[in-house]
Write a new protein. Structure first.
Length: 109
């Protein structure tokens, strides 16, 4: 259970089940090759929204995958977050993107 601070410093529990479901649905759609799902995951991981933790490596990976499918806004977002990442983090994001693609090709074979 996560807590969100509200006025006066009090915290209230937040139900993240719907957000977790959204991330799971995007992952399922992405595994089926739906291009917009890649972009949506990049947004979720870059902003820490929809139940995803803020993770620029994962965000870069998903924006990269969307950009390879021709999603122009994803290419811009990838470039934008790259400015906040180290070369090592970018390399890791690229490695993860390649692994995702390889895993998809193994499913087809």
């Amino acid at each position: 259970m996560q807590f969100t601070a509200i006025d006066g410093g009090n915290a209230t529990p937040v139900d993240t089940k719907a957000a977790d479901l959204l991330v799971a649905e995007c992952l399922a759609a992405a595994s089926q090759g739906e291009d917009i799902a890649y972009f949506d995951l990049g947004v979720a991981f870059s902003t820490g929204s929809h139940g995803a933790p803020c993770d620029l490596i994962e965000a870069h990976k998903w924006f990269n995958l969307a950009a390879t499918k021709g999603h122009e806004e994803a290419a811009w977002c990838r470039a934008d977050i790259s400015e906040e990442m180290t070369a090592r983090e970018i390399a890791e994001a690229q490695r993860r993107a390649r692994e995702w693609l390889r895993a998809g090709q193994r499913k087809v074979a």
